[in-house]
Design a protein around this ligand. Sequence first.
Ligand code: CA
Length: 244
Amino acid sequence: MIALTAGWATDVGRVRAANEDACFVGSRIVAVADGMGGHAAGEVASRLAVEAMRALDEAPGDLDAEAFGQAIADANAAIVQHGRQHRRTAGMGTTLCGVGMVGGPAASELCVFNIGDSRVYRLAEGTLRRASIDHSEVEELQSAGLITADEARTHPLRNIVTRCLGMARGAEPDASVVSAVPGDRWVLCSDGLNGELTDAEIAEIVGAHPDPQQAADALVAAAVEAGGRDNVTVIVADVTDAAG
Ligand code: CA
């Protein structure tokens, strides 16, 4: 029997007037959302996205990959609907990424999902690797070999996402089911983290703090220290063996 032991931190940063990120840490799901849209609409969109994750976390019964897909589709519908009912928020959107336990009390698998450019990293056997692909212009440029990872962090198109929740069409998340390995650490973040820190810098901080709350605090503090040009939100979730 496994469990997720998580810490989280968020900061408005040094430039933005408001924090449009949202995050959720539940008993079996952790998720980060990065809202976008003027007049505080981004805050509404990211909150609707994480509330859908809360509803799923609190739903009775075991979760499977289809349940995650349905909850994400529900979140998208709620955001589109809200935009139709409140013109002030029309056109708002949000990223969403997360990790959640699949199956019952003996769950040994995790659903890893993302839409937009909020990221999921996995620290396994001492190595931090990205577990999600950004849906963004710069990710496409980078995978085509046109720019480097360093250039992507400062590129003029770095804030353009190619998929997000809040679109009437094309709000398709990526989702996969992977083994839940006790000892693994999952790191979720909005682009305010990876926009300021390289993957190597993130890995160093993640590896330096055994406590997930301290790791999350240190990551957010480092991103703010490095410039804090965007809202930054981080969840660090350790897979633990709840029976042992
Ligand atoms: Ca952002």
